[in-house]
Design a protein around this ligand. Structure first.
Ligand SMILES: Cc1ncc(COP(=O)(O)O)c(C=O)c1O
Length: 394
């Protein structure tokens, strides 16, 4: 095994030292070592990839579909995505130059922030949220500005945005994620419209991570791009809607003038996504089987959510109703104070249930737990029994 020449360590990108530790995977890893633990930690669907999507991937391999695809993805997949965006969200994108297929939404986040920011820029991030936005921003030499939304039911209001812009007038972009990881909260049509109006009065580019858009339980998802398509990059993908996290297919859609630099950054990182995975995603976004598969999973998630929310409320946790994604963000009962890391650590060690401390998701998350219901109903029920025991004993 090679040992590094010590003197070269000072040559690494200095921004790594600015990164805040991201605790989710580490917490999950440590909890996994506890014998008999039930894990409600990760945002990973517990369903298999639907058959029609698997068959499309297999056919792609058998057809020797094994060459570099166009940088922005196969034409078939970009057309499928255009259909999906029109069919579900009433959004119109030209597959020729307004859509890029990425390696998961993760790469979409990196490509978008790379296209928009220069070192020193400020990136507004509504929190609590997925920690990757702040990490990528930091690695690119920019500065994340967290906007704590906890006082407004985890929704960014126009008033709050204006307040933040007064002290950060040069911020370049606003990262929004709804339905939200970790809160499960989503925005109503009117909330999105009002926020879009506030953004319209600025020169902010919105990076709208709508990866959970297919998992909205009551009502329908409204994309912010419906109101300000000229200022929005929409990120989405097949990971959550079709349980295809390991296939690594996401996409970015936006006006062609923004998509030029986004696609350039994207191509420099990955050239193009993998052919069989793109074939599977084409089936996911274009076919009735793809739509039906999501509906089926959604019904199962909804049943779990309803059970989990009711059971946790009964145990004294306060919860803002989660209408999307597959997370419940539960505020600790008053007697446990606000140290969510201690509570989650004790719950894992003594109660044998693993959930993620809310403070890992940035400002506004303290005193909360993120509980993922991307787990079987049996496991969720068993976890509730254990949490009940733990809370009542302590
Ligand atoms: C809000 C959010 N965005 C993006 C991702 C990553 O998606 P992908 O697996 O498609 O890269 C996740 C995964 O947990 C997420 O919660």
């Amino acid at each position: 095994m090679p040992a590094v020449k010590p003197a070269i360590m000072k040559n690494l990108n200095k921004n790594f030292a600015r990164l805040k530790p991201v605790g989710i995977r580490q917490f999950d890893y440590q909890a996994s070592a506890i014998p008999g633990i039930i894990k409600l930690t990760l945002g990973e669907p517990d369903f298999n990839v639907p058959e029609a999507m698997k068959e499309a991937a297999i056919k792609s391999i058998q057809d020797n579909d094994s060459h570099y695809a166009p940088g922005n993805g196969t034409v078939a997949l970009r057309k499928a995505i255009a259909h999906f965006m029109r069919d579900r969200y009433n959004l119109t994108y030209d597959p020729a130059n307004e859509i890029a297929v990425t390696v998961g939404a993760t790469e979409g986040i990196y490509a978008s922030l790379t296209a928009i920011t220069n070192p020193g820029d400020e990136v507004l991030i509504a929190t609590p949220t997925f920690p990757l936005y702040a990490s990528v921003t930091t690695l690119l030499g920019s500065t994340p500005v967290e906007i704590d939304t906890s006082a407004d039911g985890f929704v960014l209001t126009p008033t709050r945005l204006k307040q933040v812009l007064a002290s950060h007038p040069n911020a370049k972009t606003l990262v929004l994620n709804y339905p939200s990881n970790p809160t499960g909260v989503t925005y109503t049509h009117d909330q999105v419209k009002a926020l879009a109006e506030a953004v319209k009065a600025t020169n902010l580019i919105v990076i709208a991570d709508e990866i959970y858009s297919e998992l909205v339980y009551d009502g329908r998802h409204t994309s912010i791009a419906e109101f300000i398509p000229d200022q929005t990059l929409v990120l989405n993908g097949a990971s959550k809607s079709h349980a295809m996290t390991g296939y690594r297919i996401g996409f970015i859609a936006g006006p062609k003038e923004l998509m030029g630099p986004v696609s350039a950054a994207h191509a420099m990182m990955i050239t193009a996504a993998s052919d069989p995975a793109m074939a599977a995603a084409t089936a996911a976004f274009a076919t009735d089987a793809g739509k039906a598969a999501t509906q089926q999973m959604k019904a199962a998630y909804q049943e779990r959510r309803d059970f989990l929310v009711a059971a946790l409320r009964k145990l004294g946790f306060e919860i803002t109703t989660p209408n999307g994604a597959f997370y419940v963000f539960a505020k600790l009962p008053a007697k446990f104070g606000t140290d969510d890391v201690k509570f989650a650590t004790d719950l894992a060690q003594k109660g044998k249930v693993a959930v993620i401390p809310g403070s890992y998701f940035g400002a506004g998350g303290q005193g909360h737990l993120r509980i993922s219901y991307a787990a079987s109903l049996d496991n969720i029920k068993a976890a509730i029994e254990r949490i009940k025991h733990f809370v009542e004993e302590d």
